[in-house]
Design a protein around this ligand. Structure first.
Ligand code: ATR
Length: 279
């Protein structure tokens, strides 16, 4: 396999990490993390576990009992997992979701790296301080996006199909205001982040191409397909498109740093992402 590095042989000392998700779907996280372990010579292995919601408590207790070092927590467990942990850090508490559980001494600590994934993915193309950003959507990913924008000193507006949800989110996470998706055309934005699921395995876009702006930076959290209609529309009129792949890679890099302190080059995880084909 081109670009692949051989990992150390699995032995008695090998650490176990993994991802909890449900239903079992395709996840690129094992490919990305195992590639990072191999590249850095870390004696660990990363597996995917299909954990039904009713089994989450038992699964966390099991992970605790056998000394799992780190777990990524994916849909639908990001909020429910909080009840099963010893501690949740301030960032995860503010976002209201945990995507990472790390063993620290004898404790399982919840944190959130999704927001940093969003910030760093955008920062591939632009600095965020003082910029006007629009977040499309009002779910969990929108919460992480608003936190990222606040941390980086950007101004934020939330637009959602159901504007009432966007209003509640704007008030809680410091956005200037909220509205329906159709308002985008009237907002002279520098940054656009799509956190809705529109475009996932479809040719749809959450907003009309005419509402996009030349010179802006557009991040699509959807990464299947890699080039969504939104990103194509954005590039066609002179905006910079950032694939959700970079969000996933950057949040995973931070997870690795949290449990073992190593910084992996983003390209190692990005290449592993590219090699792992969707189901
Ligand atoms: P996540 O945790 O990934 O953010 P979520 O909490 O399920 O996912 O949120 C999904 C978001 O996509 C919501 O903002 C939802 O809009 P509503 O609040 O109006 O439900 C948005 N969404 C889903 N399907 C949509 C569609 N067909 N058109 C517009 N927005 C859509």
């Amino acid at each position: 396999m081109p670009g692949a590095v051989t990992r150390p042989e699995i032995a008695a000392t090998t650490a176990l990490c993994g991802i909890f998700l449900h239903p079992a779907g395709h996840t690129r996280s094992p490919a990305m993390h195992n590639a990072a372990y191999a590249a850095l010579g870390i004696d660990a292995v990363y597996l995917a576990f299909d954990v039904a919601p009713a089994q989450l408590g038992a699964a966390i207790a099991g992970a605790r009992a056998i000394g799992v070092r780190q777990l990524a927590i994916s849909i639908p467990h990001k909020q429910a997992v909080i009840a099963h942990l010893d501690r949740v850090d301030d960032t995860a508490r503010a976002i209201g979701a945990v995507n990472t559980v790390t063993r620290v001494g004898s404790e399982l600590v919840g944190s959130n790296t999704d927001w940093l994934g969003i910030a760093r993915a955008l920062e591939r193309e632009a600095q965020l301080a003082g910029k006007l950003a629009v977040v499309l959507g009002a779910g969990g990913t929108a919460r992480a996006a608003l936190y990222a924008l606040r941390e980086r000193g950007a101004r934020a507006i939330v637009l959602n199909r159901t504007p009432g949800k966007a209003e509640a989110l704007a008030a809680e996470l410091g956005a200037e205001r909220a509205g329906p998706l159709e308002e985008l055309a009237a907002i002279p934005h520098d940054v656009l982040i799509n956190t809705t699921s529109v475009g996932l395995r479809s040719e749809a876009s959450p907003v009309a191409a005419e509402a996009l702006r030349a010179g802006s930076v557009v991040l699509d959290a959807v990464y299947d397909p890699l080039e969504t209609r939104l990103l194509r529309d954005a590039r066609a009129l002179g905006a910079k498109g950032v694939s959700g792949k970079w969000m996933l890679v950057e949040q995973a890099r931070e997870q690795l740093r949290l449990w073992c302190g190593h910084d992996i080059d983003a390209s190692v995880m990005a290449e592993a992402f590219d090699r792992s084909s969707p189901s």
